[in-house]
Design a protein around this ligand. Structure first.
Ligand SMILES: [Zn+2]
Length: 162
């Protein structure tokens, strides 16, 4: 399980292409209600902390397979990407990963990408005791510690590192 989890690389916020996404009149444009529920949850958690609102964002399903960062070479699988290079930041989620993901995996993935696209955060590869990610901005999905220390990770995400 641990090995599998490590292979689920999350794409980083580096702008790779600009497809000139256009947003309609809404604050943000989201592919479906389930993705939107994580946007709402993010804003809800934000309210009690930094109170960042989301007013310019596209979230969609798409192909993320080609967006490797080369960190794990042949073994990496990118399951989410934030494109922040254009006026409207865009999050692309791999649909096949999403279909089989647990609620916690979905939350970590969405909050990680929103960390890039909305909070402007980069990756944080630090580990406590050599094994516990310090931030949800760690470049792979982790759920065991996230579930145990969810409040810590949300404080860290919105309020910055400790
Ligand atoms: Zn990332």
């Amino acid at each position: 399980m641990r090995i599998l989890a490590l292979l689920l690389l999350i794409g980083c916020g580096t702008p790779i292409e600009d497809l000139n996404p256009t947003k309609k009149d809404k604050k943000y444009e989201v592919a479906d209600k389930e993705l939107e529920s994580y946007i709402n949850l993010f804003e809800e958690e934000s309210k009690s902390r930094k109170a960042v609102s989301i007013d310019n964002l596209i979230v969609e399903y798409g192909n993320t397979a080609d967006v490797g960062q080369g960190l794990l070479n042949l073994l990496d699988v990118t399951i989410g990407v934030c494109y922040s290079g254009s006026d409207t930041p865009r999050i692309v989620i791999d649909k096949s990963y999403w279909a089989d993901a647990t609620d916690t995996q979905k939350e970590v993935l969405m909050f990680h990408e929103l960390g890039h696209c909305i909070l402007g955060r980069g990756h944080d590869t630090r580990l406590d005791n050599g094994k516990v990610p310090v931030s949800v901005m760690y470049p792979t999905i982790f759920t065991f510690w996230y579930t145990k220390k969810r409040k810590y990770y949300l404080d860290e995400l919105f309020l910055g590192g400790y």
